[in-house]
Design a protein around this ligand. Structure first.
Ligand SMILES: Nc1ncnc2c1ncn2[C@@H]1O[C@H](COP(=O)(O)OP(=O)(O)OP(=O)(O)O)[C@@H](O)[C@H]1O
Ligand SMILES: [Mg+2]
Length: 430
């Protein structure tokens, strides 16, 4: 069309000597013709170029998206090789989940206490599997749901801005069309884009792709409705074998929220839980990786147990020259702050109920969820105490335990505060 227009004007000005503009000299006529000719030439190159560029750019974005799902996000691990503790049993279990077959029809929830190493392990497993695994981490510093959308788009290599040619924009403006801009939140658009790329992946590889949402506790605090939508979508897409979702959470309250919804029917049970390192692995870490003498390593392990992040901290402090006593005091001080904010210290509102719970937990090591609940008259109080960092709910076994070995160490060290003294004494009389 533009070529015809171009040729038409070219021949028109070549053959037509009469001026299109009245009262002009022949020099002005020639100048005018040249200007119009140049303008038309520029337009006839610019317009198709603009359209082709926008089309090409959009095609390239789709190509990038499909390529990312095919290759997988392959997230980095922040722990250096010399400090990394391999946990082959957990990684193998995760890798199985990350490689669903074509008939896989449920989504997964992985949980564990704060800083047990969930992110490191799931990143490790998804890096090893690679193909078809998209890893999205809700940023710890996310301020609103838009930040989640941005992180989602980044993991997918998804360009949110569809390239619209200049001509289309102009036409829309002239015609007053306001439907052009996609006003949906970014996370929704990223999810749609992922689903499109998943369909391409499935058609090519005959198996569903996988999406991991790590740190969903943060999402619940920002906007629980978004998690509900992701859960419903995960259920529907597991039903249709389109994609498999994995939700990773640090707080027991999140799986409990997910469990209460109808789309829980398609979640794989029992929930997978990532816990602390066992004694042998913890000792290997301290003795072999950190070169700490066995007897010192034992004392450190007895203090903080197998919580990897705490083991690392006490090892760092010990190697920096701090004495065991100083390290112990600083760990116990930190735990005391947790007791304080949980209001479980003497004269606090939950002191008495906490004391009964603590004494039973010391006896039995764990309490069933129902038994734990029975200590409370009000559900808000139950939620508050369970949500504090003193106790921990384990959905895999439906039990409650102390949150960590450090908490237990604090209780043992302060037995005089927490021991339940008998409410009466038997006085022997001769
Ligand atoms: N396998 C490991 N080997 C060595 N260090 C580890 C390992 N896993 C975790 N860590 C250390 O523990 C820290 C916390 O780990 P990570 O972030 O994976 O835990 P998390 O369970 O995801 O924590 P959160 O509950 O806050 O999300 C890491 O920064 C790293 O220093
Ligand atoms: Mg994490």
């Amino acid at each position: 069309m533009f070529l015809t227009l171009h040729l038409f004007f070219y021949f028109y000005f070549l053959t037509n000597s009469s001026s299109p503009l009245p009262h002009t000299s022949s020099a002005e006529e020639i100048f005018g013709s040249i200007v119009v000719y140049i303008l038309i030439s520029i337009l006839s190159i610019f317009i198709p170029g603009d359209i082709i560029y926008a089309w090409g750019k959009n095609k390239y974005n789709v190509y990038l998206l499909n390529k990312t799902v095919k290759k997988g996000t392959r997230p980095k691990i922040d722990v250096s090789d010399d400090e990394f503790v391999p946990r082959p049993l957990v990684v193998d279990r995760l890798k199985k989940i990350l490689q669903p077959n074509k008939n896989h029809s449920c989504y997964h929830v992985v949980c564990g206490e704060h800083e047990t190493g969930k992110t490191t392990l799931i990143r490790n497993a998804s890096r090893e599997v690679g193909q078809g695994v998209i890893y999205v981490e809700i940023p710890a510093d996310a301020e609103d749901i838009e930040d989640f959308g941005i992180a989602f788009g980044k993991s997918l290599n998804f360009a949110f801005e569809e390239r619209i040619s200049f001509m289309s924009q102009l036409m829309k403006k002239v015609l007053g069309d306001t439907n052009g801009k996609d006003e949906r939140p970014k996370w929704k658009r990223a999810l749609e884009a992922f689903k499109c790329a998943s369909a391409v992946y499935k058609a090519k590889h005959n198996k569903p792709s996988v999406i991991i949402y790590d740190n969903i506790s943060k999402l619940v605090n920002m906007n629980p409705k978004v998690l509900d939508t992701l859960q419903d979508d995960a259920k529907m897409n597991a039903d249709h074998r389109e994609y498999i979702a994995i939700f990773v959470s640090s707080e027991g309250s999140v799986p409990r929220r997910m469990e209460s919804r109808s789309s829980w029917s398609r979640a794989k049970k029992p929930i997978m839980e990532i816990g602390d390192l066992d004694r042998k692995t913890s000792m290997e870490y301290l003795v072999k990786k950190r070169n700490i003498k066995e007897e010192d390593a034992e004392k450190l392990h007895d203090l903080v147990g197998g919580r990897i992040v705490e083991l690392k901290t006490v090892a760092d402090d010990f190697l920096a020259g701090q004495t065991f006593e100083v390290i112990k005091q600083s760990i116990l001080d930190e735990v005391e702050k947790k007791f304080q904010s949980a209001q479980l210290l003497p004269n606090d509102p939950y002191y008495e109920v906490g004391r009964s719970l603590i004494s039973d937990l010391l006896k039995f090591n764990e309490l069933s969820f129902l038994v734990f609940k029975k200590y409370f008259d009000k559900v808000e109080e139950f939620n508050e105490v369970l949500g504090s960092n003193i106790f921990s709910y384990h959905p895999e076994k439906n039990i409650v335990t102390f949150q960590s070995r450090s908490v237990e160490s604090y209780i043992r060290e302060n037995a005089n505060i927490f021991n339940k003294s008998p409410s009466f004494f038997i006085i022997e009389v001769d």
